[in-house]
Ligand binder design. Structure first.
Ligand code: M6R
Length: 370
């Protein structure tokens, strides 16, 4: 079943171009997103939406965080994101017209399910349509939700979620577009641009995967380290969080993610030659700000690993190991593409560390108890 791969994690990382194709299949035309992909009553439901509340755990939570940037930045629709275990035990203020979105690979995560069940109790008082983005048909979350979008990632066996995350982001970009156009917040030109970007995504993912040898080499920087820091700005901040989670999970190295602009507010004190710093540097409006953050790290002797666009122009030297990961990525495709090298990095660090990659200690694939 593993074929040429040593581990499911590796196999699943390399299945991502196909997982993207399968998730888009039948959900887009060459220029448009089919709103009916979210269910035949989706358009009626989306017409009533005034804001979005996303609930999830772990990696699925990180995909929700990326979507928050998209919803607010691209269509100006308020979007909140929270981990299920917090949301379910506080008394959140619920507003009428909230699209309540759960995201889950398994569809069985106890906290996410409990948050959904709790919100459903308020349905008699408020209009709160529920939607789940899930990888498993016939799961608890799909049964309990008004609308369902299945990510067609195929079975994910490795405990570390990889291809499920990528397809969740694809699903969220389709949701953004469907809700945006239904509410008149996105025009046909913007929609076409997003769809064209998504259709290029399998190629972009392949291009990122082609850097495996370089990343394998860089993984050696982590062999004797106990801590790592991941930095990003904008949508790359949640991608940094996902990169840090993956590294912790499979290599047992403590890793933290920070928005690069927060460096001076504390984490800069950690920087020395013992802590590798991973930065994600797409060519976007925040690149120059990120570059000056990186200079601050360099000045303190930190070892930097930078994943950038070919056009970003951070040059390699003793302190900077630069991987020219991709070129020409857009706002939607950038976070999806830049996550790929972080998955490969964690995988190769785990191999060096000799951990149980597919079944990390203390973890279960599906967290059905809290
Ligand atoms: O099945 P779910 O997506 O609901 O699972 C949520 C988390 O338990 C999961 O993403 C976890 O964080 C992964 N092991 C991370 O790789």
């Amino acid at each position: 079943e593993l074929g040429e791969h040593r581990h499911y994690m590796h196999k699943e990382i390399f299945e991502q171009p196909q997982a993207v194709i399968d998730t888009l299949e039948g959900r887009v035309t060459k220029d448009t997103v089919l709103t009916s992909a979210f269910g035949h009553q989706a358009e009626e439901v989306f017409k009533t939406v005034k804001q979005v509340q996303i609930i999830a755990c772990g990696t699925s939570y990180h995909s929700g965080l990326v979507a928050k940037y998209w919803f607010e930045d691209i269509i100006g629709l308020p979007c909140q994101v929270e981990v299920a275990s917090e949301y379910r035990y506080r008394n959140p203020v619920v507003q009428d017209g909230t699209l309540f979105v759960t995201i889950s690979q398994s569809g069985e995560t106890a906290d996410t399910l409990a948050a959904l069940q709790q919100i459903k109790k308020l349905k008699s008082k408020f209009n709160i349509p529920t939607l789940t983005i899930c990888n498993v048909p016939e799961s608890s979350l799909t049964r309990e939700s008004d609308l369902t979008f299945l990510t067609h990632a195929g079975p994910e066996i490795g405990v570390a979620s990889t291809k499920a995350f990528t397809t969740q982001l694809v699903a969220l970009s389709l949701l953004l577009t469907s809700v945006g156009k239904t509410l008149g917040l996105m025009d046909a030109k913007q929609e076409q641009k997003i769809v064209h970007g998504l259709l290029k995504l399998p190629g972009l993912v392949k291009q990122a995967l082609a850097h495996e040898d370089e990343i394998q080499e860089i993984a050696n920087c982590f062999a004797d380290k106990h801590n790592a820091l991941f930095l990003g700005r904008g949508t790359m901040y949640p991608i940094a969080m996902e990169g840090a989670l993956k590294l912790k999970e499979v290599s047992y190295i403590h890793a933290e993610a920070y928005p690069a602009g927060e460096l001076k507010h504390g984490p800069l004190a950690l920087i020395d030659e013992q802590i590798p710093v991973v930065a994600i540097a797409p060519k976007d409006d925040l690149l120059e700000k990120l570059k000056s953050n990186l200079q601050e790290v360099k000045a303190r002797g930190g070892q930097m690993i930078v994943f950038e666009d070919e056009e970003s122009g951070v040059s390699s030297d003793k302190e900077f190991k630069v991987v020219k990961t991709t070129t020409n990525v857009g706002r939607i495709t950038a976070p999806i593409t830049f996550n790929i090298p972080l998955q490969l990095l964690s995988y190769h660090v785990a191999l060096i560390k000799g951990t149980d990659v597919d079944q990390p200690r203390n973890l279960a694939k599906s967290v059905t108890v809290e």
